[in-house]
Design a protein around this ligand. Structure first.
Ligand code: GCB
Length: 572
């Protein structure tokens, strides 16, 4: 089985496609001798970018870690197992289980079908309440890396700035000894040192800073300084040195009752929702696909996306930082519908997942807001305490960013909305409601916005809207599933956005960037077809409508001279 990849679509075996339960991976690697014997001050770490969902890992038969949940990294120090026996290969064994329970994220449940007249013995299905195929496997790269035995374990950076001076606050944690020294230097993109510091925490002052700006908001978006953190320690009679270089974007975020400000300027999210999804590889990380998608975002004039409905690969996040693509970073809290999923056990796990996500992404300038869930049953009374707690925990871990969750509940019944900074609302007027009736959109969408704003006086993002279209299916007048219908639906939504973005609507994210695989069902034709691109990344007619719109908005709101599409300020 290739890694990284989902295992589901790789073979011709239909039972693997929908397999639920344990799978095993094993690989032997030969490690460099110097890791094993020459230098016992070397710490060897085994790291998984992500694996779905519950993982147990052994090295040479010794269990080294277990981890609950996909989409986030986990790692273990394996030095004590491999050191001292040079010449023996390092055997890595992984057991993965993709069974979901009411307390996992996302939640799910196993249902045994006990009617012997209709189902074979022990027949069961896994019920999920989310709309993407539940791919499983080792989805992201697995690496072995080394550090000295005293090492930099974590760095946290936050930034504040005015026009002429910025402050970079840092905190460094070192593990392995209390006797160490730390020196820091911040370099600009020319390599010039602009500030220096020492010690585990402090502040660096940057005069006339180059701020991190979103794509299409500045002629040099995604500007990042390099923070070099150097640690020196004495251990076992040797001088140990660990150096880590962290890209740092200087930018500020503020939310008012009507605006989302980046560096003090109003930011309008004109972007997409995505999925990690593709033919054959499923959710497996794939560089060509990732780079293709960034080129399509650039072409589209999209300045943002939401990581619907789980954290995306770190490599993708790196590109967002570098190109200035603004991210709403969502945890895997999707399909929280059962009342058991609002209990203490689920809540504790949700808090841990937020800790893992924030630890991974806290230093990313592209991440401007955390989303703790998508379309939970937030009208259930326990949702109030649940979201109050998850959001308070998230804010305590990271006071620098606003927090939201994405709702499709009725504005008057939503128990989680009081705790969010920005209202993110999904609606599918003329699709799931009043199918075929495009003419209801203006009234229903206007009412939706007005109700939410009247109740909360918080800015609103239309975090999903869309219609399926089967590429190549045409109909005039527009009928559902044709490319014309998808375009017509977009235009109806856009006319309302254009009125309300003058007031308090701060963004629109199409559902979805590309078609993606789902469970089989009577409303899905080889997956969800709400993409403006096909699963193979070819544009449908709707992509051109959106492209015209996004470039128009970018030119209206930019302080720059008109930006010509062919000279997009991207991928320089
Ligand atoms: C939604 C969900 C999204 C689905 C979409 C649809 O509200 O958030 O995951 O794929 O609707 O197309 O049904």
């Amino acid at each position: 089985m290739p890694v990284p990849a989902s295992f589901n679509d790789i073979t011709q075996d239909p039972s693997l496609e929908n397999y639920i339960g344990w799978v095993w991976y094993e690989k032997e690697v030969q490690l460099p001798l110097r890791w094993l014997q020459d230098d016992l001050n070397t710490r060897v770490v085994l790291r998984f970018g992500s694996a779905h969902y519950y993982s147990i890992v052994w090295v040479n038969g010794v269990q080294v870690m277990e981890h609950e949940g996909g989409h986030l990294p986990f790692e273990a120090d394996i030095s004590s197992i491999i050191q001292g026996s040079p010449g023996i290969p390092c055997r890595i064994t992984v057991a993965l289980n993709n069974t979901l329970t009411p307390h996992t994220l996302p939640p799910g449940s196993i249902q045994y079908m006990n009617d012997k007249t209709r189902y074979p013995k022990n027949y069961f299905v896994q019920n999920i309440r989310f709309d993407f195929f539940n791919y499983a496997g080792i989805h992201r790269p697995v690496v072995l890396y080394t550090t000295p035995s005293v090492y930099i374990d974590d760095i946290t950076v936050t930034t504040t700035s005015s026009e002429s001076v910025a402050m970079v606050q840092y905190q460094v944690s070192v593990v392995g000894s209390t006797l160490y020294s730390l020196s820091l230097s911040l370099r600009d993109q020319e390599g010039k040192v602009v500030a220096t510091g020492d010690g585990p925490s402090g502040e660096l002052k940057v005069l006339n800073p180059n701020l991190w700006w979103p794509y299409l908001m500045h002629e040099n978006p995604g500007y990042r300084y390099s923070l070099e953190v150097k640690m020196q320690a004495q251990a076992n009679g040797a001088l140990l040195e660990d150096v880590y270089t962290l890209p740092v974007g200087i930018r500020t975020i503020h939310v008012t009752s009507t605006q989302f400000l980046i560096n003090g300027r109003p930011f309008y999210f004109h972007g997409v929702n995505k999925h990690e999804d593709a033919d054959i590889r499923g959710k497996g990380f794939d560089w060509p696909l990732v780079v293709k998608d960034f080129n399509l975002l650039r072409w589209l004039g999209a300045n943002s996306f939401r990581t619907s409905h789980y954290p995306y690969a770190e490599e993708i996040m790196d590109l967002c930082d570098a190109y200035g693509i603004v991210v709403i970073d969502e945890c895997p809290g999707v399909g929280i519908k059962m009342s058991e999923s609002f209990g203490n056990k689920s809540l504790q796990h949700h808090l841990v997942v937020m800790e893992e996500l924030i630890r991974r992404d806290k230093n990313r300038p592209s991440v401007v807001m955390w989303s703790v869930a998508n379309e939970p049953a937030s009208e259930l009374p326990p949702a109030g305490y649940y979201f109050k707690t998850v959001i308070a925990h998230t804010k305590a871990l990271d006071p620098s960013r606003p927090v939201t969750f994405v709702t499709d509940a009725n504005y008057a019944l939503d128990h989680g909305a009081p705790y969010v900074d920005v209202i993110c609302v999904n609606s599918y007027f003329s699709w799931y409601h009043d199918p075929g009736h495009l003419e209801v959109i203006p009234l229903q969408l206007t009412t939706q916005f007005e109700n939410w704003y009247k109740t909360y006086q918080k800015p609103i993002i239309q975090s999903e809207y869309g219609a399926d279209s089967v590429p190549g299916l045409h109909s005039d007048p527009p009928l559902m599933f044709s490319e014309e219908y998808q375009k017509a639906m977009l235009r109806e939504y856009h006319s309302v956005f254009d009125k309300k973005r003058k007031e308090y609507v701060i963004g629109e994210l199409i559902w979805n960037f590309a078609d993606f695989m789902t469970n089989q069902g009577t409303t899905r034709v080889l997956g969800n077809k709400k993409g403006i691109f096909t699963r193979q990344r070819q544009p449908k007619s709707a992509a051109f409508v959106l492209r015209e719109r996004y470039w128009k908005i970018a030119n209206e709101s930019s302080c720059l001279p008109p930006i010509i599409k062919s000279h997009a300020l991207f991928l320089k």
